[in-house]
Design a protein around this ligand. Structure first.
Ligand code: AVJ
Length: 323
C-alpha cells in the first residue's frame, strides 16, 4: 500500500526523472550543433518502434547476431565453470540470453541489470517457466553504473554479456570507460561476451538506417513527439525529417533530424531557432573492424580471446578476458 509519505516520494521521483529529460533537452538544443541524447528514444512508443526496426528486412544487426549466438552458444558457454554466474548489462527482454542459457546448465545464477523494472519482471517470469531451476537475480540499475553484485555470489566466476552492439552508441573514449566499469563489476579472472557491429559496404549499411517502410524515421521523430507529450507542445513534426549518414572519418552512422524550414521552437519558456537544413544530432552508431574493437578492449585492460562472426562479416561477437 502507498502511504502518503511513499506517495510523495514517488511523485518526487517522477518529477526528478521528468526534470532529467527536460534539462537534457534544453541543454542539448542550446549547443552549436544541437543534440538530443539517444537514451531518450526508448519510451514505450520508442521501444515498440525499435522492436519493429529489429524485424525490418534492411536491419541486419539483430538477426545476424541472433544467428551467431545460435550457431556458437555452445562454445560461448564452454568456458563458464560449474557454479559460475552470468551477468547481463542492459538485459531488456533477455530474449537473446535464452540461447546462451540453454547451454548453461552449470550456472549458479543469472544476474540481469536493466533500468526498466517492468522489463526485468517480465523477463524473470518468462525465464522461470523455461528454466525452472535457474536462480534469476534482477537488479534495477543503469548498465553504466558500477553496481555491486549480490554478496552471496561474490566468490563465483563471472561471465559478462553485453549483446546488441549497444556499445556502438558510445564514442571510443566512452566505450573504453564503459569496458572499465564492466571490469570493475566483473573483476579479474572474468570474461565478457560483447556484440559489436562491423564496418561494411555502404550499400548494406545505409539502408539499415534508412528503411523503405520509414520505421527508423518514425523512431527518430518520436523523440520530438516525446518532447511534445512530456514537456509540452513544441515541435511541428512535419517541419523535420529523418536523416542517417555514414561519417567515414569517425566510422559511425549518425542520425539527425533536419529542419525543413527556418523556424522557432518554444520549449519550457525558451526559444530555439532552427535554420532551414539545420540538424539535431540524435544518435551515433559506431562500426568497428574486428581488429579495431580488439585494440579498444586491450586499451581498457581486457585481453581479446575468441571472436565469432557470420559468413558475410556483418556482425561480430567478441570474447574478452579480464586481466
Ligand atoms: C540499439 C544502438 C544497436 O545503433 O543500430 C537502430 C539503435 N538506431 N536504428 C543501432 C538504432 C536506429 C541500434 N542500437
Amino acid at each position: 500500500m502507498l502511504t502518503p509519505n511513499s506517495r510523495d516520494l514517488l511523485a518526487e521521483r517522477f518529477a526528478l526523472v521528468e526534470d532529467e529529460f527536460s534539462s537534457a533537452v534544453l541543454h542539448g538544443l542550446s549547443r552549436p550543433q544541437k543534440t538530443l541524447p539517444c537514451r531518450f528514444f526508448y519510451d514505450s512508443r520508442g521501444s515498440e518502434l525499435f522492436e519493429e526496426i529489429t524485424r525490418l528486412p534492411e536491419y541486419y544487426p539483430t538477426r545476424t547476431e541472433a544467428a551467431i549466438l545460435a550457431a556458437h552458444a555452445g562454445e560461448m558457454a564452454d568456458n563458464v565453470p560449474e557454479g559460475g554466474v552470468l551477468v547481463e548489462f542492459g538485459s531488456g527482454s533477455s530474449r537473446k540470453t535464452e540461447t546462451l542459457l540453454q547451454h548453461l546448465q552449470q550456472l549458479r545464477a543469472y544476474i540481469m541489470i536493466d533500468v526498466s523494472r517492468s522489463a526485468l519482471e517480465d523477463a524473470r517470469d518468462r525465464l522461470a517457466k523455461r528454466f525452472p531451476t535457474l536462480d534469476v537475480r534482477p537488479i534495477v540499475a543503469d548498465f553504466s553504473d558500477p553496481v555491486a553484485l549480490p554478496a552471496d555470489l561474490a566468490d563465483s566466476h563471472r561471465t559478462g554479456f553485453f549483446p546488441g552492439s549497444t556499445i556502438g552508441n558510445l564514442n571510443p573514449v566512452e566505450a573504453q570507460r564503459l569496458l572499465r566499469v564492466f571490469r570493475g563489476v566483473l573483476s579479474p579472472g572474468s570474461r565478457l561476451i560483447v556484440g559489436v557491429d562491423l564496418k561494411k559496404d555502404l550499400s548494406v549499411l545505409l539502408p539499415a538506417y534508412n528503411d523503405a517502410a520509414g520505421v527508423t524515421a518514425a523512431f527518430n521523430l518520436n523523440l520530438l513527439a516525446r518532447i511534445n507529450r512530456e514537456i509540452g507542445p513544441a515541435f511541428d513534426l512535419d517541419a523535420f525529417r529523418h536523416e542517417a549518414i555514414y561519417n567515414a572519418r569517425d566510422g559511425r552512422i549518425e542520425m539527425h533530424l533536419v529542419s525543413t524550414r527556418d523556424q522557432d521552437v518554444s520549449i519550457a519558456h525558451r526559444r530555439f531557432h532552427f535554420r532551414r537544413g539545420e540538424t539535431i544530432h540524435t544518435e551515433n552508431s559506431y562500426k568497428y573492424t574486428v581488429r579495431q574493437f580488439q585494440d579498444l578492449a586491450r586499451a581498457a585492460d581486457w585481453t581479446p580471446s575468441r571472436v565469432w562472426t557470420d559468413a558475410d562479416s556483418l556482425f561480430s561477437v567478441h570474447e574478452v578476458l579480464c586481466r
